[in-house]
Design a protein around this ligand. Sequence first.
Ligand code: NAP
Ligand code: ZN
Ligand code: ZN
Length: 350
Amino acid sequence: MIQTKGYATHDKNAKFVPFEFERRDVGSNDILIDIEYAGICHSDIHTAKNEWEAMMPTMYPVVPGHEIVGRVSQVGDAVTKFSVGDVAGIGCFVDSCRECSPCKDGFEQFCYKGAAYTYSGTYMDRVTPTYGGYSNNYVIDENYALKVKAEGDLAGVAPLMCAGITTYSPLRRFGVGPGQNVGIVGLGGLGHMGVKIAVAMGANVTVFSTSPSKEADAKALGAHHFVVTSDPANLAPLAGTFNFILDTVSADHDVNMYINLLGIRGTMVVVGVPPSPNTVHSFGLIFGNKTLAGSLIGGIPETQEMLDFCADHGITSDVEVIKPDYIETAYDRTIKSDVRYRFVIDMKNA
Ligand code: NAP
Ligand code: ZN
Ligand code: ZN
């Protein structure tokens, strides 16, 4: 077995503490990744605090982290995609059944048997717990690891593994491109990636934010317009003008005000997972044949496509690199929308 050092929380109110555990030995098809950086996704926070208890209760102790990048330090004898020294990434799942139609079609996140999520879950034996990227290594089947072309600043690459694919996938699925008005709601980890990717796809991008202080950043990220949502008067003139809106907000909020901004046959996709259910008024959808949809991360082929797209367009995440002893403060600041725009834990020196 491989000894691993990580950081875990044992209860929804507990602090993160050092946590040592074992990962499986490197099998024929496995690679061992020495983790360099792990992003802090708001899903880590929802999970550590058990905010999704009703739908997905947290398995404690939990070592979060599903935005992982590092270097391959060992390969199994049947591995073909990776060599020792390569940069590799891990996203939100590390295995699936490989036989059902979603797995065969590249939608492993929807595996009928339940994918093995990177943390707060189990491997496919349904017994062994998975521990995530707030740790110094990970053993993974090569088919569930991502190839990373980028060299240089790997800290900015880590968040692509979740924030990047979660925004790329719906933008691609609904054909966002030149000539379209696209709204991104919430300028956090997901939102700032959504802006960069939608701009690279050629769209005219508007950021909807509760934080007036983020306007200059939004423009620097490439957004064309910035709207402060706390005053409804700012939204009224925009009614019916958007082709596509991506809602990344992590907290309870009213989606109807954004549905109202969609034009005829416009689409709004929710990717944020606030703790409480939303109330949607049917009138807002039926007048205009509008679509309200959801999207969950992306499968391995599309995640690789996103990484290649980002490498080709020079897109990485804007990050604040921290040490593990800052995790709680980073969580508190993220909850207060005080992150520009992703905290990434340096695990090289942890
Ligand atoms: P984040 O970095 O905390 O960003 C969320 C943003 O939402 C904040 O920066 C803030 O932007 C806005 N916001 C926060 N509180 C708000 C409130 N009360 N009202 C209105 N807006 C508010 O979080 P993230 O990591 O991007 O994740 C966002 C959500 O997506 C989380 O719920 C996460 O669990 C979920 N998620 C889903 C998937 C998926 O596959 N569907 C994948 C990853 C994450 P402004 O300051 O600009 O208002
Ligand atoms: Zn995530
Ligand atoms: Zn499957």
